[in-house]
Structure formats: structure tokens, C-alpha cells
Design a protein around this ligand. Structure first.
Ligand code: ZN
Length: 448
């Protein structure tokens, strides 16, 4: 039993002063408000619930800053970036994956994410061709070492495109038959634990045949988190229309029972009908603003989607940045730039930072299959303690504190982070930072 005293805590009803949290078995067992510090508790400043990073390709952490040079041919875009990414993916062994993912997960914790949904399609170790579960083990080891709560989302990949039934040689380490993939899923599904949840997914409509997508979706019918990339690029929308006679999101909604356990990653290119229908389906749109900007994807129709009841989560995807507050800031800024207005995501709260944070918290929990969410009795003790005399928060009150976190681009005032009742970040440093950095640096030296 551990007790914490927070001078302020963000409870489901809002900021509350002088809160005592009693933790047991990694969960919040009791919450008392308006208490007096009795000297036995650990004293903290402002405590907020940790966010879920709902879309991660951990291995791409090794690519940050390495794709920003114009190619000799020019006209760089998502597809030319993808060639650079494949080139890296083709050299990531299971050991390298552990080192890279561990670094990324430590950085996530340090910035206030306490959970991650790892969208994983590197199913084979390209250095030895083995196709067992080593790459899953590598991700699970990185999560365990860092302390982050993991939703492992194995993702099926079987072909190069709508009209290309075979994978390319560069996709060889992703591709599996649907039987092989489902056998992998069944094996890892038995490995779920207090801190590891298992979802399932398909890479995209272009990479998976409709018959296989049906078999994958069937496994998720009981409510397992089901993830898919969709409509990220215009070219994909055009190819889908030409092969299936429908735009991707329209085709998916017409052919599958897309429900609240589905997470559609990006969903960038939607017409008005798709926007309304997807919002009404209850599915979560997982938005990754820093990566979507980096890759030149386009802009999600956020205001209309939310106005029709849509749910959103955020992810750092390719990890060119790992900072949930920056993702939320750019989510709003994209809309401001496009609409030439301000304070766009203020449909249920006049404070944009508060609304963005609440939506990302709820949507992230749904995308990762986490039942209880927030600082509530029986919810996991996944907490972020902010330094309340940090300049970023100085002078802010309960109304504007989350606006300050989202809209001030200064060093984050994250002082301590706890997952499942264990401190992973203390005094603004991940408890295993040095080992993570050393092994990441050594791995990068061998890769580059
Ligand atoms: Zn992705």
C-alpha cells in the first residue's frame, strides 16, 4: 500500500486540491480530497493521468532526422520516405529493436505518456530470417525494461498494393500468410498480463486482401482493439477507388462492422459523408500530427469529425518527436492554419488545452483497450506529477493550467511518472536513462 499526497490532482470532475491517493496492486484503491498532509505520504505538485501514445512504430525512432535531405531526383514525398524507412527496417534485428524501442519508451514516459499501442509489422528478424515471435519478445522486453504499459498490436501485411498480390522484396520481413499471422496472434494473445494487452490489426487496405481483413476483424469481434492505417495519402485513396470503386473509409464502413473497438490511424482524406459516418461509428481516429506534417500527409477534418461526435486519440507514430502536448498543440494549430481562426477544438470546453487533453485521454484508453481511465478508484495508478512551481505553470489557475501545458512550447514540467504504482521517472529523469541511451547509441553506430 502506497499513499501519495497531491497539492492538486486532475480528477474526472476537474482539478481538486489536497488529494490523497491510496494505491494497492498497481491501482488506485482510494481517493480522498481536501485532506491535510500527514507526513507519511509522498508529496507531489500537480498530478494528472498519463496519456496513451495510441500509434507507435518504435523502430522508426532510429530514423529521426535521417530523411530530411532532398533526394537527387527531388519531389520527395511519403512514398520516397517509405523507401528510406524500408532500408532501415531491413536491418533491424531483434536486439536492435529492443534497444531502439527501449529508448523510445523511456522518452515517452519522460514526456508524460504512460501507455503505448505498438502497431507492429516487423514480424521477422531480417538478420537471420527467423519468423518466430522474437520481434514481439523484443518489443515486450523494451516495454518491461522501461516500465511503460504496452498494447501490442500485431498487424497483418501480405501484399504490395491493391493490384500487387505479392509483397516486394523490401516488405519480405513484414509479410506472412494470413494463417501464419493469426497463429502468431493466438500465441501472443495468451501472453497478456497486468501491463501487456494484445490487440490486432491490418497494416492498411492496400497491404491486406479483403478476405484476410475479414479473418483479422473476426478475431476482434469480441471487442479486442482493432487497428488499421487508412486514407493517409491521396494516392492510396485513388488506388482504392480504382480497385474497389469506393474511397477507403467508405469501403471499410460498407464492408465491416466498424465499431468502438476500432482505431483508424490517420483517416486524413475523408469527404463529408465519410467524416460524418466515421464519427457516428464510434471508432477512434488516431491522429499523429507531428508525423503527418513531417510526411506531408494532409490535414484531418477535425472540427467536423468532433462536431458529429467523433472520438480521437494521439500517437507519435514515426517518433520525429515524442511529446503528447506537442502533438495536441499541432493538432489544433493545423486547424487554425487551415481555417484562419483560433480556438477550434472548443466544442465542449471553452479551454482548448483542457478539451484536447480530455479527448486524448479517453480516446487513448479506448484505442489501447484500457477499461478504467483517469484518476479514479480502480483505474491503474498511471500518474504524471508536474512541478507546480515550474515557470510554465506559474500563475496559472485551474482553468488555464492544461492550456499552459499544451500551448507553451517550453521544457515539460514533468517531474515524476508512475505506471502501475511504480515510479519510472524520478526528478525528471527516467530511472534507467543511462542504460537506455548507451545501448541506443551503440545500436545506432552499428546501423548507420
Ligand atoms: Zn503508422
Amino acid at each position: 500500500m502506497t499513499t501519495l499526497f497531491a497539492r492538486k490532482a486532475l480528477l474526472p470532475d476537474g482539478w481538486t486540491d489536497n488529494v490523497r491517493l491510496t494505491l494497492a496492486d498497481g491501482r488506485i484503491a482510494a481517493i480522498e480530497t481536501g485532506v491535510v498532509l500527514d507526513g507519511r505520504e509522498e508529496e507531489l505538485g500537480c498530478v494528472i493521468p498519463g496519456l496513451c501514445n495510441a500509434h507507435s512504430h518504435a523502430f522508426q525512432r532510429a530514423l529521426a532526422g535521417r530523411t530530411e535531405q532532398r533526394s537527387p531526383q527531388g519531389r520527395d514525398n511519403f512514398w520516397s520516405w517509405r523507401e528510406r524507412m524500408y532500408e532501415l527496417a531491413g536491418r533491424i534485428s531483434a536486439d536492435a529493436l529492443t534497444a531502439i524501442a527501449r529508448q523510445a519508451y523511456c522518452e515517452m514516459l519522460r514526456s508524460g505518456y504512460t501507455a503505448v499501442a505498438e502497431f507492429h509489422y516487423l514480424h521477422r528478424d531480417p538478420t537471420n530470417g527467423s519468423g518466430g515471435d522474437e520481434m514481439f519478445e523484443a518489443i515486450a522486453a523494451a516495454a518491461r525494461d522501461s516500465g511503460i504499459r504496452l498494447t501490442y498490436v500485431p498487424v497483418h501485411y501480405e501484399r504490395a498494393g491493391f493490384e500487387d498480390p505479392e509483397p516486394t522484396s523490401r516488405q519480405a520481413s513484414f509479410a506472412m500468410s494470413c494463417d501464419e499471422f493469426l497463429a502468431h496472434y493466438e500465441r501472443v494473445a495468451t501472453r497478456s498480463s497486468d501491463t501487456v494487452n494484445v490487440g490486432i490489426g491490418a497494416h492498411s487496405l492496400r497491404a491486406v486482401r479483403p478476405e484476410s481483413l475479414e479473418r483479422v476483424a473476426e478475431k476482434a469481434a469480441s471487442g479486442v482493439p482493432m487497428h488499421i492505417h487508412i486514407a493517409e495519402q491521396q494516392r492510396e485513396v485513388e488506388q482504392c477507388f480504382s480497385s474497389y470503386g469506393r474511397r477507403p473509409i467508405r469501403w471499410l464502413l460498407e464492408n465491416f462492422d466498424v465499431a468502438s473497438n476500432w482505431s483508424l490511424v490517420h483517416a486524413t482524406h475523408m469527404d463529408d459523408d465519410e467524416t460524418t459516418s466515421l464519427a457516428r461509428s464510434g471508432a477512434v481516429a488516431v491522429l499523429c500530427p507531428s508525423t503527418e506534417a513531417n510526411l506531408g500527409d494532409g490535414l484531418f477534418p477535425l472540427h467536423d469529425f468532433l462536431a458529429h461526435g467523433g472520438r480521437i486519440a494521439i500517437g507519435s507514430d514515426s517518433h520525429i518527436s515524442i511529446n503528447p502536448f506537442e502533438e495536441l498543440r499541432w493538432l489544433e494549430y493545423g486547424q487554425r492554419l487551415a481555417s484562419q481562426t483560433r480556438n477550434v477544438v472548443s466544442l465542449r470546453d471553452s479551454h482548448v488545452g483542457s478539451e484536447l487533453f480530455a479527448r486524448a485521454l479517453e480516446g487513448g484508453a479506448a484505442a489501447s483497450g484500457q477499461g478504467a481511465v483517469g484518476i479514479a478508484v480502480d483505474a491503474p495508478a498511471d500518474l504524471v506529477a508536474l512541478c507546480d512551481d515550474d515557470p510554465m505553470l506559474a500563475g496559472h489557475d485551474d482553468e488555464s493550467r492544461l492550456d499552459a501545458l499544451v500551448f507553451s512550447g517550453y521544457p515539460l514540467p514533468v517531474e515524476r511518472v508512475m505506471v502501475g504504482g511504480k515510479w519510472c521517472v524520478v526528478d525528471a529523469v527516467h530511472v534507467d536513462r543511462d542504460r537506455a541511451r548507451d545501448e541506443f547509441a551503440a545500436t545506432l553506430r552499428t546501423l548507420t
